[in-house]
Write a protein of this length. Sequence first.
Length: 428
Amino acid sequence: MSEGKKAYSWAKNIFPFNRSLTGEGVNKTLVYFKKICSQLKIHNIKSGHKVFDWNIPLEWNVRDAYVAELKGKKIIDFKENNLHLVGYSRPINKILNFKKLNKHIYSLKSQPNAIPYVTSYYKKHWGFCISHNKRKVLKKGKYKVVIDSNFKKGNLKYGEIYIKGKLKKEILISTNICHPSMGNNEISGLVVSLALAKWLKTKKNKKYSYRILFLPETIGTIGYLKKNIKYLKKNLIAGFQVVCVGDNKNFSFLQSKKGNTLADCAARYVLKRQKKKVKYYSFLDRGSDERQYNSPGVDLPVCSIMKSKYGEYPEYHTSHDDLKFISIQGLDSSIKIYKKVINLIENTQTIKIQTKTLGEPMLSKYKLYPSISTKKTNSLVKTRMNILAYADGKFDLIQIAETINEKISKVLSEISILKKKKVIKVLK
């Protein structure tokens, strides 16, 4: 069975779970993943715990939620589709007229057949979501409204897999575990990350260590950073936020805040060598937990390789982002692209170079630049000059190759020549 097929089977099994920032849906998903990968550890952060400028919310669970006609027929049913309920809705059990009920109903005029995904995490509220076509046929009258939910002092749960390599320096794979039934925006990242964890477990002679995190978006990541930021700042060399990786569209790439980290350059180096066109995004287009990893004072080297980027496709945050929107092929291609990036970082020499002179070396003195300058001869040494421009001891081999848009093998060849001529020194 292909990795994409396995990942899709996991996606089908966890699709119905009602995940949110906290609660039974998250726990059920983590317990299911632990059966697949026994190295996964489930951690807790207590409700009310202060994490930087935030506080961990109360644990939220739902037993039932519906809107019914007074005769008893349910017209909105959480058990039919968990997107019908606004996330973190407070409990209610009342008879309401249509006017009052309608203020608490959400739909999308522009997508009349889709159920929108709506949340109210940090302010007490309640509501239901339905397709706009269904909303239009609701009749005036009275309705029984029931939300059997509860808030309690409990825990925010997250999952962590640590895979040790030869070095303490590590690569991060992070994904989110807080959305209910959505295929690309939520579940694809979970199952692709799990597939990568299982592959890394069996990968021999790993140079780096790996940390795979399953975190409730924003608050879970902030909670994890509060506890582990010093260690990550010391040991993390590259990180990837894995989200929206399940559809059949072309790849997208969102860079880190700095834009030239090892993670950025390794990802772009691999993506540039794909046959299909890639869409590139600035960090200003951020929206997932790359925000937290790149936030002021945190500043970790985390970027994101995606398929259809969140917020950029019509199915996003609606019931149309379902198991039909993602595919075995989509998941498989995302697993493969992340493997290529990881293998590139693993297998490329970790060297940096530095010129032995202050300023640009006089290459003609070393017989590395033609004595007669013409349009043709200048082009022959362009790569050499570009390499020297980044020979300041700060850029490693992958970063130089990607930045100057040259193959790593060609850069290595030029470094060998420059080293032999004693123009540069190689740093480990």
